[in-house]
Design a protein around this ligand. Structure first.
Ligand code: FDA
Length: 393
C-alpha cells in the first residue's frame, strides 16, 4: 500500500461543515485532504430549503439549538456569525432574500452555495478524495491513518464531518459515531429531529385531512412554536410540527392552539353578537373547513350559539386552544431533516471542537450533539463549527 504523508489534516465528509473547515484551514496554509464516499460534495446543501438553501438565520443564538450542554455552541456561533456567512455569500454575488422569521435563502439554486464552498476550498489548495469508501482508520505515534482504496493517508489531525444518519438514501451514515467511539468519545443517543409525526388509529380522523394547512401554536412542555401545521396521510407535518418534534418524547402528547390570535372568550362574544349562527359556521369561518368539521366531530357541542351554554362554549374555546395530539411515533430517519444527539460535547473543546483526550481528533457539524431549529440554524452551526476547527488544526 502506498502512503501520502505530507498532509496537515484529513477532513472526513465534504458536506457543509467539512467544506467550511477544509477551506478555512487550507486558506491558513494547511495541507488538507477532504474525503467523501459520495462522488460529489454538498448533496444535502443541493436539496436544502426546497432547492434554494436556507443558508443561515439572522436570529442565530445558542438557545435555538438542542444539546445536552446548551452552552456548548455559544463560542463557535459567537465567533462566526450569520452576518459573517452572509458577507461571504455577498462576496460571491449570490442573490438572497429573507423569507420569514430571519431565514435567509438564495434567490437562485442552492448549487451556488456548493460552488462557492468548492471555490473557497480551491483558494486553500484543498485536495479531494471523492467517490470511494474509507476502509480503515487508525491512530499511532500521534498520527491518523485513513485508508482509501490502496492508499494510506497520514496526518496529525482528523476531522469528523460526516453528519448524521438522517435521509440514508442520500448516503447519510452514522460513520462519525463509529469513529468517535473507536477513539473513546461517547455518543448521545441519536434520534430523528425536524421530522413529521405519525398518528395512530384513534386519531385516524385527522389523517383524512391530508393536505390541510393552518397556522397554529404548538406546545410541548414549556417549548412552543408558532408556525404552519400541515396534516398528512400519516399524521402531522409543517414547520410547527417539525420544530416541536425535535423536543417531543415518545408516549407524550403535544398541545395545539388552532386559533392563536383568538381573544379570551371570543365564542361568548360571537354568541352575544350572532346567537342564531351555528357553531359549525363560526368555526368554518376561522379555520379551514375540513379541519373545522373534523374538530367539531370530536366536540360535544353543536347547534346555534344561542342554544349553547356559556360553559359549553368555554369548553369549546379551551379545547381549540389546547387540542391534545398523542403521536404514536415519527417518520424516522428516512424523513428527518436532521439528527439530534450525536458525538457528546462533554469530550470536545467548545472553542476548537478538538477531543480533549485524543489530540488531533475533531468533530464538527451535525455529527455533534448540537441540533438547530428549522430555518437555517443547522447550516449556521455547520459553518461556525467548521470554521472553529479549521482555524485550530
Ligand atoms: P452533511 O450531511 O452536509 O455532510 C456530510 C457528508 O459526509 C456528506 O457529504 C456525506 O456524503 C459524507 N459521508 C457520510 N458518511 C460517510 C462515510 N461513511 N464516508 C465518507 N463520507 C461520508 N439546514 C438548514 O440550515 N437549512 C436548510 O434549508 C436545510 N434544509 C434541509 C433539507 C433537507 C431535505 C435535509 C435532509 C436537511 C436540511 N438541512 C437544512 C439540514 C442540513 O442539511 C444539515 O444540518 C447539514 O447539511 C449538516 O452539515 P454537515 O456537514 O454536518 O453534514
Amino acid at each position: 500500500m502506498s502512503a501520502v504523508t505530507d498532509l496537515d489534516a484529513i477532513v472526513l465528509g465534504a458536506g457543509a461543515a467539512g467544506m467550511m473547515c477544509a477551506a478555512t484551514a487550507g486558506q491558513l496554509g494547511k495541507r488538507i485532504l477532504l474525503v467523501d464516499h459520495a462522488d460529489a460534495p454538498g448533496k444535502k446543501i443541493l436539496i436544502s430549503g426546497g432547492g434554494r438553501c436556507n443558508f443561515t438565520n439572522i436570529h442565530t443564538a445558542a438557545d435555538r439549538y438542542l444539546s445536552t450542554n446548551p452552552h456548548f455552541a455559544k463560542s463557535a456561533l459567537g465567533r462566526y456569525t450569520a452576518q459573517d456567512f452572509l458577507a461571504l455569500v455577498e462576496d460571491y454575488g449570490i442573490a438572497w432574500h429573507e423569507k420569514t422569521l430571519g431565514q435567509l435563502f438564495c434567490d437562485g439554486p442552492a448549487r451556488q452555495v456548493v460552488d462557492m464552498l468548492v471555490e473557497e476550498c480551491a483558494k486553500g489548495s484543498v485536495q479531494w478524495a471523492l467517490g470511494q469508501p474509507v476502509s480503515g482508520i487508525a491512530h499511532a505515534d500521534g498520527r491518523y491513518r485513513v485508508t482509501i482504496g490502496a492508499v494510506e493517508h497520514v496526518a496529525p489531525a482528523l476531522i469528523l464531518a460526516t453528519g448524521g444518519p438522517s435521509i440514508p438514501k442520500m448516503g447519510a451514515t452514522g460513520f462519525a459515531y463509529d469513529v468517535a467511539r473507536q477513539f473513546g468519545l461517547s455518543v448521545v443517543q441519536p434520534r430523528p429531529a425536524l421530522v413529521p409525526f405519525t398518528l395512530g388509529d384513534d386519531e385516524a380522523l385527522f389523517r383524512s385531512l391530508s393536505g390541510v394547512a393552518t397556522e397554529v401554536e404548538v406546545r410541548w412542555q414549556k417549548t412552543r412554536f408558532r408556525e404552519a401545521a400541515l396534516f398528512t396521510h400519516r399524521g402531522l407535518s409543517g414547520p410547527a410540527m417539525l420544530q416541536i418534534s425535535s423536543y417531543w418524547q415518545h408516549r407524550t402528547s403535544i398541545g395545539v392552539d388552532f386559533l392563536p390570535d383568538a381573544q379570551d372568550d371570543w365564542l361568548l362574544a360571537e354568541k352575544r353578537a350572532r346567537p342564531r349562527v351555528a357553531l359549525r359556521r363560526v368555526l368554518g369561518q376561522h379555520l379551514p373547513e375540513r379541519l373545522a368539521e373534523a374538530l367539531l366531530g370530536r366536540l360535544e357541542a353543536e347547534g346555534e350559539l344561542g342554544n349553547l351554554s356559556d360553559k359549553a362554549l368555554r369548553g369549546v374555546q379551551a379545547r381549540l386552544a389546547d387540542w391534545p395530539f398523542s403521536p404514536d411515533g415519527t417518520e424516522g430517519f428516512a424523513k428527518a431533516e436532521v439528527t439530534a444527539g450525536g458525538i457528546a460535547t462533554a469530550g470536545l473543546s467548545s472553542r476548537t471542537m478538538e477531543a480533549a483526550k485524543t489530540p488531533g481528533l475533531y468533530a464538527i457539524g451535525e455529527a455533534v450533539d448540537v441540533t438547530g431549529w428549522l430555518g437555517g440554524y443547522n447550516f449556521q452551526w455547520a459553518w461556525a463549527s467548521g470554521r472553529a476547527a479549521g482555524q485550530a488544526v
